[in-house]
Design a protein around this ligand. Structure first.
Ligand code: G3I
Length: 474
């Protein structure tokens, strides 16, 4: 079977396809011979739609309802959506037979209102499982019945509106052995096939996935999936795809990602990158943000290169709401918008991968600016930090006075500074020369320092100017 991305989407999502087809007819009627080039502010979803690709985000219920800027980005930038927590077992069925649909329904309504393809997440998972299931001490028949009624209730409620279900989440350990969970321990490995069959029964139209982390490269864990997928398909179990979560470490995109995606595609499965984020030791500096952008680009490119890789979902939108710092203390900034909701280099990397213009994001050899700036956090504690900024003047003639400026993305404030005259207005910091260091020869370097406060996030600035002209961050 070699359906294209479009073929699959059309066959599975008639309502969306119909809307798309009508729009295409209307567009064709108005078409001019040359496609207009994408504008710098072309939303990701528009670029993705043009390639029949899905660009999704995990949407937290509280952020959707409580943060208008988050909701606006969710709606305008993404053509696909996953509920970050709202469809998990502990949320929808916290007690046996008692269902709470509030957040899941709100998420589904949001996705429908914004014409987004929905990935349901997740039906059977050892985590975020209420204790009445995990500690219940049920025998196999009863637990299978509990699993079936849960799947039936959740997948059944949204049948026809969910394009993909992560039916079973994270059933393997990193070494490829089965993870101890109440499901595996009570039902054996057959719980995976059972869950897939139950999901197909509850929603015959949804594409059914297994989903996990650390399976982006070819390794023991992804090999276990490969074997399992092959066995399930041979038995006629309804399995349609593999979700590679892609919770990555900066600079560590597996070199064989595309090859790994391809081998699952060659089994006749679709693949989706379901939870992409790239974590950085905090505070993130300019070089790390550029590396992160290259990593995002590499993941997008690998998926786009394989026809059956249907899309990429980012696990959140704005750094401030990421799960990463809670689980990996000292690490963060894994997403595509800074804490102040401005796009990061990683955002532009996605934009460029999808055929857009890109932005000030990745680029191996940026043109030298008016100066080169080296911004360093020398010491950091829970509420403050000490930093140093060294700029090298690139111009051909000497300066007889200077003003260096940047904008802090996450609410930092200067409390004292040295080797210059310091001022801050909003997020914008300006340092001008002290009486003794205004004269800077061509190629000369000046170093200034400061103490500042922060309130949790301490993202490094991404752009600097010297006497009003843009500099290059190094
Ligand atoms: O809702 C409660 C709130 O009432 C309480 O006051 C608060 C106090 O900690 O906790 C809230 O629940 C938190 C929940 O997120 C909703 O915010 C949980 O503690 C917290 O553990 C939970 O974390 C989620 C995590 O899954 C749980 O394992 C993250 O938001 C979510 O991003 C993360 O997502 C997982 C995917 O589902 C599967 N793959 C890995 C990925 C990252 O861990």
């Amino acid at each position: 079977m070699s359906e294209t991305r479009r073929g699959r989407r059309l066959s599975r999502l008639p309502a969306r396809a119909l809307r798309g087809a009508l729009a295409a007819v209307a567009a064709a009627a108005l078409a001019v011979p040359l496609a207009a080039p994408a504008q710098a502010d072309t939303p990701l979803r528009e670029l993705a739609d043009a390639r029949d690709f899905e660009i999704g985000a995990a949407l937290g219920a509280g952020y959707l309802s409580g943060d208008a800027r988050f909701a606006d980005l969710a709606a305008t930038q993404f053509n696909a959506a996953t509920a970050e927590n709202a469809m998990k077992w502990d949320t929808v069925q916290p007690s046996r037979g008692q269902f709470n649909w509030r957040d899941a329904d709100a998420f589904m309504d949001f996705a429908a209102a914004n014409d987004q393809t929905v990935r349901g997440h997740t039906l059977v998972w050892h985590s975020q499982l209420p204790s009445w299931v995990s500690n219940g001490g049920f025998g196999a028949a009863e637990l299978r019945g509990i699993m079936e009624s849960h799947i039936d209730a959740v997948a059944g409620r949204y049948a026809g509106r969910v394009a993909y279900w992560d039916v079973v989440n994270e059933p393997f350990n990193d070494d490829g052995s089965w993870r101890n969970s109440v499901f595996y321990n009570t039902l054996g490995e057959g719980f995976v096939a059972d869950a897939l069959r139950m999901a197909a029964e509850a929603d015959p139209n949804a594409e059914l996935y297994l989903n996990d982390y650390n399976i982006e490269g070819i390794n023991a864990k992804s090999n276990a999936y490969y074997e399992l997928a092959r066995d399930l398909l041979a038995q006629g179990v309804p399995l349609d795809g593999i979700g590679m979560q892609a919770h990555l470490i900066n600079g560590q995109v597996p070199a064989d990602l595309q090859r790994n995606i391809q081998r699952f595609a060659d089994l006749g499965l679709d693949v989706a990158i379901t939870e992409l984020d790239v974590r950085i030791p905090m505070p993130a500096d300019q070089n790390e943000l550029q590396q992160q952008a290259r990593d995002y680009r590499a993941v997008l490119d690998a998926c786009l290169a394989v026809d059956r890789c249907i899309g990429v979902t980012v696990w959140g939108i704005v750094d401030r709401y990421s799960w990463v710092p809670d689980v990996f203390p000292g690490q963060g900034a894994p997403l595509i918008y800074f804490d102040d909701y401005t796009p990061k280099p990683s955002y532009y990397a996605i934009q460029e991968a999808l055929g857009g213009p890109g932005g000030p994001g990745p680029g191996p050899d940026p043109e030298p600016g008016a100066c080169e700036v080296d911004y360093t956090v020398q010491n950091q504690w829970s509420t403050g930090f000490t930093g140093q900024v060294a700029f090298t003047h690139n111009g051909a003639s000497a300066l007889s006075g200077w003003e260096l400026s940047w904008s802090w993305p996450s609410g930092q404030r200067v409390s004292s500074g040295w080797s210059g005259t310091w001022a801050q207005s909003g997020s914008t910091v300006t340092v001008s020369n002290a009486a003794w260091n205004g004269a800077v020869p061509a190629g000369g370097t000046v170093t200034v320092g400061f103490n500042a406060t922060h309130s949790g996030g301490n993202t490094a600035p991404t752009a600097f100017t010297l006497n009003g002209q843009a500099c290059t961050a190094v």
